[in-house]
Design a binder for this molecule. Structure first.
Ligand code: AMP
Ligand code: MG
Length: 417
Protein backbone atom coordinates (compact mmCIF):
# COMPACT_ATOMS: atom_id res chain seq x y z
CA UNK A 1 0.00 0.00 0.00
CA UNK A 2 1.21 3.52 -0.80
CA UNK A 3 2.35 5.48 2.25
CA UNK A 4 -0.38 7.82 3.30
CA UNK A 5 -2.22 9.13 6.31
CA UNK A 6 -5.63 8.42 4.82
CA UNK A 7 -6.57 5.00 6.10
CA UNK A 8 -7.51 4.77 9.80
CA UNK A 9 -6.42 1.10 9.75
CA UNK A 10 -2.95 1.68 8.40
CA UNK A 11 -0.94 -1.57 8.21
CA UNK A 12 2.29 0.45 8.06
CA UNK A 13 1.57 2.26 11.30
CA UNK A 14 2.97 0.89 14.56
CA UNK A 15 0.87 0.53 17.68
CA UNK A 16 1.66 2.96 20.51
CA UNK A 17 3.04 0.06 22.55
CA UNK A 18 5.36 -1.19 19.79
CA UNK A 19 6.54 2.33 18.98
CA UNK A 20 7.38 2.90 22.65
CA UNK A 21 9.27 -0.35 22.98
CA UNK A 22 11.27 0.41 19.80
CA UNK A 23 12.13 3.83 21.21
CA UNK A 24 13.15 2.48 24.60
CA UNK A 25 15.21 -0.39 23.19
CA UNK A 26 17.07 1.83 20.72
CA UNK A 27 17.86 4.54 23.31
CA UNK A 28 21.06 4.11 25.29
CA UNK A 29 21.82 5.76 28.63
CA UNK A 30 24.36 8.54 28.34
CA UNK A 31 26.86 6.99 30.70
CA UNK A 32 29.00 9.96 31.71
CA UNK A 33 28.40 11.43 35.12
CA UNK A 34 29.54 14.33 37.26
CA UNK A 35 29.79 15.24 40.92
CA UNK A 36 27.55 18.15 41.94
CA UNK A 37 26.90 20.00 45.19
CA UNK A 38 23.88 18.67 47.08
CA UNK A 39 21.84 21.84 46.47
CA UNK A 40 22.53 21.61 42.73
CA UNK A 41 21.33 18.02 42.54
CA UNK A 42 17.59 18.87 42.49
CA UNK A 43 15.91 17.15 39.49
CA UNK A 44 19.20 15.53 38.44
CA UNK A 45 19.44 11.75 38.06
CA UNK A 46 21.45 9.70 40.55
CA UNK A 47 24.33 7.89 38.83
CA UNK A 48 25.30 5.71 41.82
CA UNK A 49 23.32 3.88 44.49
CA UNK A 50 23.37 5.63 47.85
CA UNK A 51 23.92 3.42 50.91
CA UNK A 52 23.52 4.78 54.42
CA UNK A 53 26.94 5.47 55.91
CA UNK A 54 25.40 5.76 59.38
CA UNK A 55 22.22 5.19 61.36
CA UNK A 56 19.53 7.84 61.34
CA UNK A 57 18.96 8.88 64.02
CA UNK A 58 22.56 8.50 64.93
CA UNK A 59 21.99 8.29 68.71
CA UNK A 60 19.22 7.41 71.17
CA UNK A 61 17.24 10.61 71.74
CA UNK A 62 14.08 12.08 73.14
CA UNK A 63 10.88 12.56 71.12
CA UNK A 64 9.52 14.99 73.74
CA UNK A 65 10.42 17.76 76.10
CA UNK A 66 10.25 16.02 79.50
CA UNK A 67 12.22 13.66 81.69
CA UNK A 68 14.28 10.58 80.80
CA UNK A 69 14.02 8.02 83.59
CA UNK A 70 15.76 4.85 84.70
CA UNK A 71 12.70 2.78 85.45
CA UNK A 72 12.99 -0.58 87.20
CA UNK A 73 9.32 -1.51 87.77
CA UNK A 74 6.78 -0.92 84.98
CA UNK A 75 3.83 -2.40 86.88
CA UNK A 76 3.38 0.65 89.12
CA UNK A 77 1.18 3.72 88.49
CA UNK A 78 2.86 6.09 90.89
CA UNK A 79 6.53 7.11 90.65
CA UNK A 80 9.03 9.37 92.31
CA UNK A 81 12.40 9.98 90.62
CA UNK A 82 15.39 11.93 91.78
CA UNK A 83 16.27 14.41 89.01
CA UNK A 84 20.05 14.64 88.74
CA UNK A 85 20.75 16.72 85.64
CA UNK A 86 19.66 17.83 82.22
CA UNK A 87 20.31 17.02 78.56
CA UNK A 88 19.77 19.54 75.76
CA UNK A 89 19.94 18.95 71.99
CA UNK A 90 23.64 19.36 71.25
CA UNK A 91 24.55 19.41 74.97
CA UNK A 92 24.25 15.85 76.31
CA UNK A 93 24.23 14.79 79.96
CA UNK A 94 27.48 12.88 80.44
CA UNK A 95 26.90 11.38 83.91
CA UNK A 96 25.29 8.09 84.96
CA UNK A 97 21.55 7.77 85.61
CA UNK A 98 20.90 5.03 88.17
CA UNK A 99 17.66 3.20 89.05
CA UNK A 100 14.87 5.61 90.11
CA UNK A 101 16.85 8.61 88.84
CA UNK A 102 15.87 10.95 86.02
CA UNK A 103 17.24 13.81 83.96
CA UNK A 104 15.41 16.65 82.31
CA UNK A 105 15.51 16.24 78.48
CA UNK A 106 14.57 18.39 75.50
CA UNK A 107 13.31 17.04 72.17
CA UNK A 108 16.25 15.63 70.19
CA UNK A 109 18.56 15.53 73.24
CA UNK A 110 20.66 12.42 73.89
CA UNK A 111 18.96 9.90 76.19
CA UNK A 112 21.56 8.08 78.32
CA UNK A 113 21.90 4.31 77.78
CA UNK A 114 20.51 3.46 81.19
CA UNK A 115 17.28 5.46 80.67
CA UNK A 116 14.39 3.41 79.36
CA UNK A 117 11.49 5.88 79.06
CA UNK A 118 10.80 9.57 78.54
CA UNK A 119 7.83 11.18 80.31
CA UNK A 120 6.21 14.28 78.82
CA UNK A 121 6.80 17.44 80.79
CA UNK A 122 3.00 17.94 81.09
CA UNK A 123 2.60 14.61 82.99
CA UNK A 124 5.10 15.49 85.69
CA UNK A 125 4.97 17.47 88.94
CA UNK A 126 8.30 18.89 90.09
CA UNK A 127 9.32 19.69 93.65
CA UNK A 128 12.91 20.56 94.53
CA UNK A 129 14.97 17.83 92.86
CA UNK A 130 12.14 15.30 92.84
CA UNK A 131 9.64 14.55 90.07
CA UNK A 132 6.26 12.85 90.60
CA UNK A 133 4.33 10.88 87.96
CA UNK A 134 0.87 9.51 88.56
CA UNK A 135 0.33 7.28 85.52
CA UNK A 136 1.64 4.09 83.97
CA UNK A 137 4.97 4.29 82.14
CA UNK A 138 5.58 2.04 79.15
CA UNK A 139 9.13 0.86 78.57
CA UNK A 140 10.87 2.83 75.77
CA UNK A 141 8.03 5.34 75.46
CA UNK A 142 8.95 8.60 73.68
CA UNK A 143 12.45 7.38 72.84
CA UNK A 144 13.81 7.51 69.29
CA UNK A 145 16.28 4.70 68.65
CA UNK A 146 19.35 4.73 66.37
CA UNK A 147 18.49 3.48 62.85
CA UNK A 148 14.73 3.93 63.43
CA UNK A 149 14.51 6.04 60.27
CA UNK A 150 17.39 4.60 58.17
CA UNK A 151 19.71 1.74 59.11
CA UNK A 152 23.44 1.89 58.42
CA UNK A 153 24.25 0.11 55.10
CA UNK A 154 20.61 0.23 53.92
CA UNK A 155 20.13 1.10 50.24
CA UNK A 156 18.61 4.55 50.58
CA UNK A 157 18.32 5.81 46.99
CA UNK A 158 18.81 3.82 43.80
CA UNK A 159 20.77 4.84 40.74
CA UNK A 160 18.33 6.19 38.14
CA UNK A 161 16.19 8.07 40.65
CA UNK A 162 15.37 11.66 39.81
CA UNK A 163 16.38 13.55 42.93
CA UNK A 164 13.52 15.45 44.56
CA UNK A 165 13.32 17.67 47.61
CA UNK A 166 12.78 14.72 49.97
CA UNK A 167 15.85 12.94 48.56
CA UNK A 168 17.91 16.11 49.11
CA UNK A 169 16.70 16.14 52.72
CA UNK A 170 17.62 12.48 53.19
CA UNK A 171 21.07 12.97 51.62
CA UNK A 172 21.63 15.97 53.88
CA UNK A 173 20.63 13.94 56.94
CA UNK A 174 23.30 11.41 55.94
CA UNK A 175 25.84 14.23 55.71
CA UNK A 176 26.42 13.87 51.96
CA UNK A 177 27.65 17.19 50.58
CA UNK A 178 28.15 16.06 46.96
CA UNK A 179 26.21 13.69 44.72
CA UNK A 180 27.12 11.77 41.56
CA UNK A 181 24.57 12.47 38.85
CA UNK A 182 24.37 11.62 35.15
CA UNK A 183 25.61 14.31 32.79
CA UNK A 184 22.84 16.29 31.14
CA UNK A 185 22.09 15.13 27.59
CA UNK A 186 21.75 17.85 24.97
CA UNK A 187 18.31 18.09 23.39
CA UNK A 188 18.00 20.28 20.30
CA UNK A 189 15.00 21.28 18.26
CA UNK A 190 13.90 23.30 15.26
CA UNK A 191 10.64 24.07 13.52
CA UNK A 192 10.05 23.64 9.82
CA UNK A 193 7.60 25.57 7.69
CA UNK A 194 7.61 28.42 5.16
CA UNK A 195 4.55 29.87 6.90
CA UNK A 196 6.28 30.26 10.25
CA UNK A 197 7.29 33.58 11.70
CA UNK A 198 9.01 34.23 14.98
CA UNK A 199 7.30 35.93 17.91
CA UNK A 200 7.73 39.68 18.18
CA UNK A 201 7.51 40.22 14.41
CA UNK A 202 4.58 41.61 12.38
CA UNK A 203 2.46 38.81 10.99
CA UNK A 204 0.77 38.85 7.59
CA UNK A 205 -2.07 36.76 6.22
CA UNK A 206 -0.90 33.20 5.51
CA UNK A 207 1.73 33.35 8.23
CA UNK A 208 1.68 31.54 11.59
CA UNK A 209 3.64 32.35 14.71
CA UNK A 210 5.99 29.52 15.54
CA UNK A 211 4.51 28.20 18.77
CA UNK A 212 6.10 24.76 18.63
CA UNK A 213 9.59 25.87 19.60
CA UNK A 214 8.15 27.60 22.64
CA UNK A 215 6.08 24.54 23.51
CA UNK A 216 9.17 22.34 23.24
CA UNK A 217 11.27 24.77 25.22
CA UNK A 218 8.66 24.63 28.00
CA UNK A 219 8.17 20.88 27.82
CA UNK A 220 11.91 20.30 28.17
CA UNK A 221 12.27 22.45 31.29
CA UNK A 222 11.26 19.68 33.66
CA UNK A 223 14.03 17.33 32.49
CA UNK A 224 17.68 17.29 33.52
CA UNK A 225 18.84 18.29 30.04
CA UNK A 226 20.61 21.08 28.15
CA UNK A 227 18.34 22.66 25.56
CA UNK A 228 19.46 23.99 22.15
CA UNK A 229 17.09 25.97 19.97
CA UNK A 230 18.00 25.87 16.26
CA UNK A 231 15.24 28.24 15.10
CA UNK A 232 13.01 27.90 12.07
CA UNK A 233 14.04 26.13 8.86
CA UNK A 234 12.38 26.66 5.48
CA UNK A 235 10.59 23.85 3.66
CA UNK A 236 13.32 22.80 1.27
CA UNK A 237 15.48 19.74 1.14
CA UNK A 238 18.89 21.36 1.32
CA UNK A 239 18.08 23.74 4.21
CA UNK A 240 16.58 20.86 6.17
CA UNK A 241 19.46 18.42 5.54
CA UNK A 242 22.05 21.08 6.37
CA UNK A 243 20.37 21.90 9.67
CA UNK A 244 19.86 18.22 10.50
CA UNK A 245 23.56 17.58 9.88
CA UNK A 246 24.67 20.47 12.06
CA UNK A 247 22.23 19.92 14.93
CA UNK A 248 22.68 16.14 15.07
CA UNK A 249 26.43 16.61 15.45
CA UNK A 250 25.85 18.78 18.55
CA UNK A 251 22.97 16.96 20.25
CA UNK A 252 22.09 13.64 21.86
CA UNK A 253 18.44 13.98 20.83
CA UNK A 254 17.08 16.16 18.05
CA UNK A 255 13.40 17.09 17.66
CA UNK A 256 11.83 18.77 14.68
CA UNK A 257 8.22 19.77 14.13
CA UNK A 258 6.26 19.84 10.89
CA UNK A 259 7.01 18.63 7.39
CA UNK A 260 6.76 14.97 8.31
CA UNK A 261 3.52 13.99 6.60
CA UNK A 262 2.79 13.29 2.94
CA UNK A 263 2.42 16.84 1.59
CA UNK A 264 4.49 18.16 -1.31
CA UNK A 265 6.41 20.39 1.13
CA UNK A 266 7.12 17.63 3.67
CA UNK A 267 10.86 16.81 3.47
CA UNK A 268 11.74 15.48 6.92
CA UNK A 269 11.33 11.81 6.17
CA UNK A 270 13.35 11.90 2.95
CA UNK A 271 16.04 14.01 4.61
CA UNK A 272 16.29 11.55 7.49
CA UNK A 273 16.62 8.55 5.22
CA UNK A 274 19.26 10.42 3.19
CA UNK A 275 21.58 11.32 6.07
CA UNK A 276 20.50 8.91 8.81
CA UNK A 277 18.32 5.89 9.46
CA UNK A 278 14.55 5.71 9.83
CA UNK A 279 13.43 3.28 12.53
CA UNK A 280 9.71 3.90 11.93
CA UNK A 281 7.54 6.58 10.45
CA UNK A 282 3.93 6.17 11.42
CA UNK A 283 2.17 5.39 14.67
CA UNK A 284 -1.43 4.31 14.97
CA UNK A 285 -2.29 7.20 17.26
CA UNK A 286 -4.44 10.31 17.20
CA UNK A 287 -3.30 12.99 17.33
CA UNK A 288 0.23 12.45 16.05
CA UNK A 289 0.25 9.70 13.45
CA UNK A 290 3.06 10.95 11.24
CA UNK A 291 6.13 10.75 13.46
CA UNK A 292 9.52 9.90 12.01
CA UNK A 293 11.79 8.18 14.50
CA UNK A 294 15.38 7.25 13.74
CA UNK A 295 19.02 8.16 14.17
CA UNK A 296 21.49 10.49 12.54
CA UNK A 297 24.86 9.01 13.47
CA UNK A 298 24.64 8.78 17.28
CA UNK A 299 21.89 11.36 17.66
CA UNK A 300 18.33 10.13 18.26
CA UNK A 301 15.89 11.84 15.99
CA UNK A 302 12.16 12.54 16.37
CA UNK A 303 10.38 14.25 13.49
CA UNK A 304 7.22 15.35 15.29
CA UNK A 305 4.07 16.50 13.48
CA UNK A 306 3.45 20.21 12.92
CA UNK A 307 0.16 20.74 14.72
CA UNK A 308 0.82 22.02 18.23
CA UNK A 309 -1.49 19.57 20.02
CA UNK A 310 0.17 16.67 18.17
CA UNK A 311 3.55 18.01 19.29
CA UNK A 312 2.52 17.95 22.94
CA UNK A 313 0.81 14.54 22.78
CA UNK A 314 3.65 12.81 20.92
CA UNK A 315 6.18 14.48 23.20
CA UNK A 316 4.34 13.19 26.28
CA UNK A 317 3.87 9.71 24.85
CA UNK A 318 7.21 9.07 23.10
CA UNK A 319 9.89 11.74 23.51
CA UNK A 320 9.43 11.70 27.29
CA UNK A 321 10.45 8.01 27.44
CA UNK A 322 13.57 8.57 25.30
CA UNK A 323 14.71 11.58 27.33
CA UNK A 324 14.17 9.74 30.60
CA UNK A 325 16.14 6.74 29.36
CA UNK A 326 19.03 8.71 27.87
CA UNK A 327 19.32 10.80 31.04
CA UNK A 328 19.62 7.65 33.15
CA UNK A 329 16.13 7.53 34.63
CA UNK A 330 13.98 4.49 35.04
CA UNK A 331 11.12 4.70 32.53
CA UNK A 332 7.89 3.89 34.35
CA UNK A 333 4.37 3.62 33.02
CA UNK A 334 2.36 6.79 33.35
CA UNK A 335 -0.11 6.87 36.20
CA UNK A 336 -3.63 6.19 34.93
CA UNK A 337 -6.94 6.55 36.72
CA UNK A 338 -10.31 5.07 35.81
CA UNK A 339 -13.09 7.67 35.76
CA UNK A 340 -16.80 7.75 34.90
CA UNK A 341 -17.46 9.48 31.60
CA UNK A 342 -19.82 12.47 31.79
CA UNK A 343 -20.65 12.80 28.07
CA UNK A 344 -20.77 10.57 24.98
CA UNK A 345 -17.61 10.22 22.87
CA UNK A 346 -17.40 9.33 19.20
CA UNK A 347 -14.24 8.32 17.38
CA UNK A 348 -13.27 6.36 14.30
CA UNK A 349 -11.97 2.85 14.74
CA UNK A 350 -8.35 2.20 13.84
CA UNK A 351 -6.15 4.44 15.97
CA UNK A 352 -5.56 4.79 19.67
CA UNK A 353 -6.82 8.22 20.68
CA UNK A 354 -5.75 10.59 23.39
CA UNK A 355 -8.66 12.97 23.81
CA UNK A 356 -8.33 15.93 26.09
CA UNK A 357 -10.58 15.81 29.14
CA UNK A 358 -11.36 17.36 32.49
CA UNK A 359 -11.06 15.09 35.46
CA UNK A 360 -12.96 15.98 38.64
CA UNK A 361 -13.50 14.39 42.01
CA UNK A 362 -16.94 14.38 43.59
CA UNK A 363 -17.45 12.74 46.98
CA UNK A 364 -14.38 10.61 46.41
CA UNK A 365 -15.45 9.42 42.93
CA UNK A 366 -13.65 10.33 39.71
CA UNK A 367 -15.51 11.81 36.75
CA UNK A 368 -14.19 12.89 33.37
CA UNK A 369 -15.67 15.16 30.72
CA UNK A 370 -14.38 14.94 27.17
CA UNK A 371 -13.78 18.44 25.76
CA UNK A 372 -15.68 19.25 22.59
CA UNK A 373 -12.78 20.84 20.67
CA UNK A 374 -10.38 18.05 19.81
CA UNK A 375 -8.67 19.37 16.66
CA UNK A 376 -4.90 18.87 16.69
CA UNK A 377 -4.53 22.59 15.92
CA UNK A 378 -6.64 23.67 18.93
CA UNK A 379 -4.02 24.31 21.57
CA UNK A 380 -6.63 25.77 23.91
CA UNK A 381 -8.09 22.26 24.22
CA UNK A 382 -4.94 21.36 26.14
CA UNK A 383 -5.14 24.51 28.24
CA UNK A 384 -8.65 23.60 29.34
CA UNK A 385 -7.82 19.96 30.01
CA UNK A 386 -6.17 18.24 32.95
CA UNK A 387 -5.96 14.72 31.52
CA UNK A 388 -5.93 12.56 28.43
CA UNK A 389 -8.71 10.06 27.90
CA UNK A 390 -7.09 7.02 26.31
CA UNK A 391 -9.35 5.14 23.89
CA UNK A 392 -8.27 1.92 22.19
CA UNK A 393 -8.07 1.31 18.42
CA UNK A 394 -11.19 -0.90 18.31
CA UNK A 395 -13.49 1.62 19.98
CA UNK A 396 -15.82 3.81 17.91
CA UNK A 397 -18.10 5.23 20.56
CA UNK A 398 -18.23 5.42 24.31
CA UNK A 399 -21.44 6.27 26.14
CA UNK A 400 -21.86 8.57 29.09
CA UNK A 401 -21.60 6.57 32.32
CA UNK A 402 -18.90 4.23 30.99
CA UNK A 403 -15.67 3.91 32.96
CA UNK A 404 -12.69 5.06 30.88
CA UNK A 405 -8.92 5.22 31.35
CA UNK A 406 -7.53 8.68 31.98
CA UNK A 407 -3.94 9.89 32.27
CA UNK A 408 -3.80 12.95 34.52
CA UNK A 409 -1.37 15.75 33.66
CA UNK A 410 -0.97 16.76 37.28
CA UNK A 411 -2.45 15.33 40.41
CA UNK A 412 -4.64 18.32 41.16
CA UNK A 413 -8.37 18.68 40.81
CA UNK A 414 -9.80 21.39 38.57
CA UNK A 415 -12.11 22.36 41.43
CA UNK A 416 -11.72 23.36 45.01
CA UNK A 417 -14.17 21.58 47.26
P1 AMP B 1 2.85 20.25 8.70
O1 AMP B 1 2.99 19.00 9.49
O2 AMP B 1 4.15 20.91 8.40
O3 AMP B 1 2.02 20.03 7.49
O4 AMP B 1 2.05 21.25 9.64
C1 AMP B 1 0.76 20.94 10.08
C2 AMP B 1 0.07 22.17 10.64
O5 AMP B 1 0.78 22.62 11.78
C3 AMP B 1 0.02 23.33 9.69
O6 AMP B 1 -1.22 23.99 9.86
C4 AMP B 1 1.15 24.23 10.16
O7 AMP B 1 0.98 25.58 9.83
C5 AMP B 1 1.14 23.99 11.65
N1 AMP B 1 2.46 24.19 12.20
C6 AMP B 1 3.60 23.60 11.76
N2 AMP B 1 4.65 24.01 12.47
C7 AMP B 1 4.17 24.92 13.35
C8 AMP B 1 4.79 25.70 14.38
N3 AMP B 1 6.10 25.63 14.60
N4 AMP B 1 4.01 26.50 15.12
C9 AMP B 1 2.67 26.56 14.91
N5 AMP B 1 2.05 25.84 13.96
C10 AMP B 1 2.78 25.02 13.19
MG1 MG C 1 4.73 22.31 7.07
Amino acid sequence: MKDSCFNEFDPNALSVKDALSKIISSTKIKKSYECVKLKDSYKRVLAKDIKANKNIPNYKNSAMDGFAVNLSDTSKKDFIFNCIGESFAGHPFMGKVRANEAIKVMTGALVPDSCNAVIMKEMVTEKDNLIFIKSKIAKNQNIRFPGEDIKKNDLVLSKGKEIDEIDIGILASLGESNVYVYAKPVIGFFSTGDELISVGKEISKSQVYDSNRYLLHGLLQKYPVKVKDYGVVKDNMSSITNKLNLASSECDVLLTTGGVSVGDADYIRDALSKIGKINFWKISVKPGRPLAYGKINKCLFFGLPGNPVSVVVTFNLFVDAAIKKISGQIVNNKLSLVAKLENDIRKRKGRKEYKRGVLTVNKGNLFVKCLTSQGSNILSSLKNANCYIELDEVIDKVCKGTYVKTIPFVLESKHYD
